[in-house]
Structures are given as structure tokens and as C-alpha cells.
Design a protein around this ligand. Structure first.
Ligand code: PBG
Length: 320
């Protein structure tokens, strides 16, 4: 009784309702996070709507629509008016993200407001930390990242997500938050962030491409998975409340390995390049965007992600 012709796996595939009864993985909007770029001026991106920039005024309007559609969480990125060596725009009290948070917080008390904590959008050279003698200086960068996180929470952020890949930054951020009385604010650490080619459209949207060199001195080598587990372990030891793997689709094995090794919530970042590939192919008539997106996001969940950061979150709200 354990094989064909007694067993026929097609029996439960015969109709939509039968398939739904035995579906193992489901997408639900409350586990999705929509990235939003705030800037001094709005700049719509018609081809990649998820990569549009919003002024503080317009981001309020966009979030209104997202909330109306049922989106429960957003993550903010900032493009400052001016960039400098010390990434002043990242941590100053009236920085662009801080201003957006102060505008959004009182208007959307229920919405989860997460922030990306990094310096690359704010440094004149585009690296994720402070440059000393031609290299990104780890510990000085951590200090500024911690300051940035505190200023975000002070302005209304619910969750901070350090994405810089400096060593010890989770401990630095945790200590600074606790010292400021923010011991209840969770840290979502971009623990396994790879030096990836799939960040291209983001770097254009955020104007954060490094002006010299690349990020391989701090982001992870795409060839490594054991190292990803070490990164996650260290971040959890330092106080990370949840860990993130990024990008998502080319790293499903890493998501699975992290899921099996740790009990903390696991996030995956379905990055700009993953989104742009599907957009471009669907524009050429080569595949159906909605189906390809739903299949991609389902695969990321199936691999073991609890929550997903995705530029499709707004579309998903309409698709589901
Ligand atoms: C760094 C950061 C990056 C992304 C999120 N946070 C870019 C990078 O490391 O170069 C990429 C996200 C995406 O491609 O969608 N602040």
C-alpha cells in the first residue's frame, strides 16, 4: 500500500481547494516589511516603483496608502541632503530618517516602524563606515552606528536593523540603546549580509555605491555558509533579537541552515536585484510578474524565513 498504483500523489492536486488543504507554506501580509526611501525630494521610479524616493510629506501619504492596504511594517532608508566623512546625516537629530519618523510616528501608532542603521547612504565615499588610512575603521564606525540607532529610536522607531557588517556592532547598538533607556527596543541584525551583485538598483535608489573599492572587506563572501552561522551566533550573543539573511533567493540554503541552527526569528531580505530581475523579465513578456513574485516569496518562506523584507509588499497586499 505504499507505492503506485495504490499511492497517487495527484489525488490531492486535482482542485484548488484540495491543494489548499495540504499546502505547507503560506504567505501572510503581517510578516512582510516594505522598504521606503526618504529623501529631500520625491523621485518616482516608474520602472521599479519599490525604488522610488519620498519626501517626508509624500512618505506620509504613501504610508497612508500602505496602511489602508493592510501593510503592517515598513523599514526606512534615508538619502540625506549632504554627505560627509562622518556620516553626519545618519545620526543628527534632524536627519532625514529622524524627520520622517517624527512625521509618521504620531499618525500611525500601530504601524511597525523599522529603520536600516548604516552609514553608506550618508558618507561622502559611500562606504558603510568611517575611513581611516584608506580602510573602513571598525570600532569608530560602530560608535557612529550606535549613535544613529539611538537617534532613530528617539524619533520613534520600533525596531533598528544594523546592516553595516562591522564586528561588534550589535553589542555597540544594544549598549547604547540600553544606556538611553531603550532596553525594550528590538534589534533585527543583518547578520549574514553578503557582498552581492544584487544590490545594484538599491545603490542607485539610495545613492550609496562606494566611490572606491567595494564592500568585500566587511560584507560576507558569497561562497560561505559556515561563516554565516558564526555571524548569526555572534550577533545573537551580542543581543540580536532576530537575524537576517541577505539577499534571499540566491541564499536559500543559508536561510535553511540558520533556521535549523537557531531559535530566534529569522528574516530574509528579498533585495532590489531580485525584484528588478523579475520586473525586467516580465516587461519583456518572458514571465508573469505576479506569479514569479509569489513563487519567489513562497520559496523564501519555505526555506525557513519568518519575516521577509520585500519591495513587493505593497503589491502583495493587493494580490493576497
Ligand atoms: C546598506 C544596505 C544595502 C541594502 C540594504 N541596506 C546596500 C548595500 O549594502 O550596498 C541593499 C538592499 C537592496 O538591494 O534591496 N545600507
Amino acid at each position: 500500500m505504499s507505492s503506485y498504483p495504490d499511492v497517487r500523489l495527484r489525488r490531492f492536486r486535482r482542485s484548488g481547494p484540495l491543494r489548499a488543504l495540504v499546502r505547507e507554506t503560506r504567505l501572510s501580509l503581517d510578516q512582510f516589511v516594505m522598504p521606503l526611501f526618504v529623501a529631500p525630494e520625491s523621485l518616482r521610479n516608474e520602472e521599479l516603483p519599490g525604488m522610488s524616493r519620498w519626501s517626508v510629506e509624500d512618505v506620509v501619504r504613501e504610508v497612508e496608502e500602505l496602511v489602508r492596504l493592510g501593510v503592517q511594517a515598513v523599514i526606512l532608508f534615508g538619502i540625506p541632503e549632504e554627505k560627509d566623512e562622518q556620516a553626519t546625516g545618519a545620526w543628527e537629530d534632524d536627519g532625514i530618517v529622524q524627520r520622517a519618523l517624527r512625521a509618521l510616528r504620531p499618525r500611525f501608532p500601530e504601524l511597525v516602524l523599522a529603520t536600516d542603521v548604516c552609514l553608506c547612504e550618508y558618507t561622502s565615499h559611500g562606504h558603510c563606515g568611517v575611513i581611516v588610512d584608506g580602510e573602513v575603521h571598525n570600532d569608530q564606525s560602530v560608535e557612529l552606528l550606535a549613535r544613529t540607532a539611538v537617534s532613530h529610536v528617539d524619533a520613534g522607531a520600533d525596531v533598528v536593523a544594523p546592516s553595516d557588517m562591522m564586528d561588534g556592532r550589535v553589542a555597540g547598538v544594544r549598549e547604547a540603546l540600553d544606556d538611553s533607556g531603550f532596553e525594550s527596543t528590538p534589534i533585527l541584525a543583518y547578520s549574514a549580509k553578503y557582498a552581492s551583485a544584487f544590490y545594484g538598483p538599491f545603490r542607485e535608489a539610495a545613492d550609496s555605491a562606494p566611490s572606491f573599492g567595494d564592500r568585500r572587506g566587511y560584507q560576507m563572501d558569497p561562497a560561505n555558509v559556515r561563516e554565516a552561522l558564526r555571524e548569526c551566533e555572534l550577533d545573537i550573543d551580542e543581543g540580536a533579537d532576530a537575524v537576517m539573511i541577505k539577499p534571499a533567493l540566491p541564499y536559500l540554503d543559508v536561510i535553511r541552515a540558520v533556521r535549523e541552527a537557531f531559535d530566534v526569528p529569522v528574516a530574509a531580505y528579498n533585495v532590489s536585484g531580485e525584484y528588478a530581475m523579475v520586473k525586467a523579465a516580465s516587461r519583456s513578456g518572458w514571465l508573469d510578474e505576479r506569479q514569479a513574485a509569489l513563487e519567489s516569496l513562497t520559496a523564501i518562506k519555505r526555506a525557513g524565513a519568518d519575516l521577509i523584507v520585500s519591495y513587493w509588499t505593497k503589491d502583495l497586499a493587493q494580490w493576497l
